[in-house]
Design a protein around this ligand. Structure first.
Ligand code: FAD
Ligand code: NAP
Length: 541
């Protein structure tokens, strides 16, 4: 008799939820996805008014991770889609993905998960009781596994306690989550607090309508461009295995210096009042091509932190004051929590203890996984997908997690590394680097590309895998979930990057890169020289 499929509850139908449903199906599990709103897409589905329990974006949001780096690994984004997509285009891609893999029928919309509790026999079965609520009615059901895909950009972090006098400020103040478009700020004087990607985007957009925008930052930021060398997307240029390998030969200080020189070559961060005390690798990148233009035009004035608010304005930490302020936006980030899990998983100031940012280490059975609870230097979607692929293998019992103490040791090590590298802020609790984290999870899932054998078997592909952008298709070349289209997707990725730009085709255009056999020669030479002079760089720190 065939074994009954394991029933898996997927909480949330955003990008993480969608790929999780698909991974469950690929691995012969039976998913039921609960989505509190009426549609898929999570954060990326724009609505004029913020909804409770769902992340909220402004109308103009354009993603800052490029299409080849953010796509799901077996479903490339159409070649004519722009490299950096508007939220409406992103939704289009998610809908294509859901349709192609027929995912919608597994989703129960307008259904909120209100509690997830261990069943009394959890230590032997690993099962969960899940209570959901839909149109005022509660229902309970038993599941063999739970995958939490509820996002971490929903709850506004509004640190009013740090801003004395805010209670007497007579203008309007709100969180960036509530910002939708700039028209109503025409002719106004607006302060934006925080210089993450929300703060940068809001300051720039508001400055086109407002009379004056002040961008207040407590520590400044290094600002990167979306458009990098030769007009390629910055993540395409930076996220290569070759660069990751090269980085290992350098000290952290050297890497910082090179990166800071690069961004300062575009505009001197000290002249623009943005230079922070911290090094560039110690922050989450603020990506904004327009901010320096708005600063040099005087439409955005960079200010230090606010010491206190007055009834009509603000006094900054340098003693300067700005009066007649109409509105203040706190672009001060988010905090996350999982109220439906009650005490099963504790989150304190965005600190949570999860093995590989996925599995709670203390459970008697590994039947709970968090998907997308990471803040990568790069796109989140392929990482969430890879997390799901690992989790479904674990749920099926094909991969065993280490002991609780080994998992705790790994968690502690990661926390230590994070706190050494990043400035102290509740922003930096779930930070991961794109290639190292993908490789780490892929290694466990048995899908990390084997470069050496690839060089021997398929040198053309190997060159692109090593020196080209580390696109998600690399993790479909082998192992469970191998996809036959992966090789082609990798070898055609540069065409998909250029295609949407070719709206005026030039006769003499040649996209010719260095021939691949010459690239092989250069790579072999580089490895030989490196091995001779920097042998330690072959071993991860
Ligand atoms: P979400 O998209 O937040 O989806 C979670 C879903 O879960 C929602 O639909 C919600 O309704 C549902 N849900 C929550 N609780 C429950 C419950 N109890 N029961 C049922 N359903 C529930 N990432 C990038 O990679 N690149 C970017 O450029 C980028 N830009 C961003 C821009 C902004 C303004 C913000 C705020 C974030 C950005 N992010 C970006 C990060 C973003 O979080 C991810 O891109 C992605 O949307 C996360 O998907 P998710 O499915 O994990 O979460
Ligand atoms: P964020 O990255 O957490 O940035 C929050 C900012 O607020 C930081 O500058 C932080 O400064 C500051 N801040 C926090 N608490 C403060 C306090 N008490 N006093 C003064 N300043 C304070 O939040 P976000 O910008 O909303 O971004 C959230 C996520 O969405 C990120 O992943 C981001 O990349 C993404 N995003 C992407 C886009 C896009 O793709 N276009 C747009 C917006 C957001 P410190 O550094 O000093 O803590």
């Amino acid at each position: 008799m065939a074994m009954a499929k394991k029933r898996i509850a997927v909480i949330g139908g955003g990008s993480s939820g969608l790929c999780t449903i698909k991974c469950c199906l690929d691995d012969g599990l039976e998913p039921t996805c609960f989505e509190r709103s009426e549609d898929i897409g999570g954060l990326w589905r724009f609505k004029e008014n913020p909804e409770e329990g769902r992340a909220s974006i402004y109308k103009s949001v354009i993603i800052n991770t490029s299409k080849e780096m953010m796509c799901f690994s077996d479903f490339p984004i159409p070649d004519d889609f722009p490299n950096y997509m508007h939220n409406s285009k992103i939704m289009k891609y998610f809908r294509m993905y859901a349709d192609h893999f027929d995912l919608l029928k597994y989703i129960r919309f307008k259904t909120t998960v209100v509690s997830v509790t261990k069943r009394p026999d959890f230590s032997s079965t690993g099962q969960w009781d899940i209570v959901t609520e839909s149109e005022g009615k509660q229902e309970s059901a038993v599941f063999d596994g739970v995958m939490v895909c509820s996002g971490h950009h929903t709850n506004a972090h509004l640190p009013l306690d740090s801003f004395p006098g805010i209670e007497k400020f007579k203008g309007r103040y709100s969180h960036s989550r509530d910002y939708k478009n700039p028209q109503e700020f025409s002719g106004k004087r607006v302060i934006v607090i925080g210089i993450g990607n929300s703060g940068g985007d809001l300051a720039v957009e508001l400055s086109h309508e407002a009379d004056q925008v002040f961008l207040s930052t407590r520590r400044g930021a290094w600002v990167l461009n979306r458009v990098a060398e030769q007009g390629y997307p910055v993540d395409i240029v930076l996220s290569t295995r070759f660069k990751a390998f090269f980085k290992r030969m350098l000290t952290t200080s050297m890497v910082n210096q090179l990166a800071e020189n690069r961004v300062n070559a575009r505009f001197n961060h000290a002249h623009y009042g943005l230079r922070p005390q911290h090094r560039i690798m110690s922050q989450h990148p603020t990506i904004n091509d327009d901010l320096p233009n708005r600063i040099i035009s005087g439409k955005v004035l960079v200010k230090p932190n606010i010491r206190e608010f007055t009834e009509t304005g603000a006094i900054f930490e340098d003693g300067t004051r700005e009066e007649d302020i109409d509105a203040v936006f706190f672009a001060t980030g988010y905090s996350f929590s999982f109220p439906f899990l009650q005490d099963c998983v504790k989150v304190v100031e965005n600190q949570v203890s999860l093995y590989k940012f996925i599995f709670p280490p203390h459970l008697e059975k590994p039947t709970l996984a968090f998907i997308g609870l990471i803040q990568p230097l790069g796109a989140i979607m392929p990482l969430a997908e890879l997390q799901s692929r690992l989790a479904t293998q674990v749920f099926k019992g094909l991969i065993r997690l280490p002991t609780e103490s080994d998992m705790m040791a790994d968690i502690t090590q990661k926390k230590d590394e994070m706190s050494k590298r990043y400035v102290k802020s509740q922003r930096y609790t779930i930070q991961v680097d794109y290639i190292p984290y993908m490789d780490e999870v892929a290694c466990q899932a048995g899908v990390k590309p084997k470069l050496l054998s690839l060089f021997l078997m398929d040198p053309k592909l190997a060159v692109e895998v090593f020196s080209g952008p580390c696109t998600p298709y690399q993790y479909r070349l082998r192992g469970p979930g191998k996809w036959d289209g992966a090789r082609k997707a990798i070898l055609t990725q540069r065409e998909r990057i250029i295609k949407p730009l070719k709206t005026r085709v030039l006769d003499d255009y040649t996209g010719a890169l260095v021939p691949y056999y010459l690239q092989i020669f250069l790579i072999v030479a580089l490895i030989a020289v490196t091995f001779a002079y920097f042998p330690w760089s072959f071993f991860p720190l």
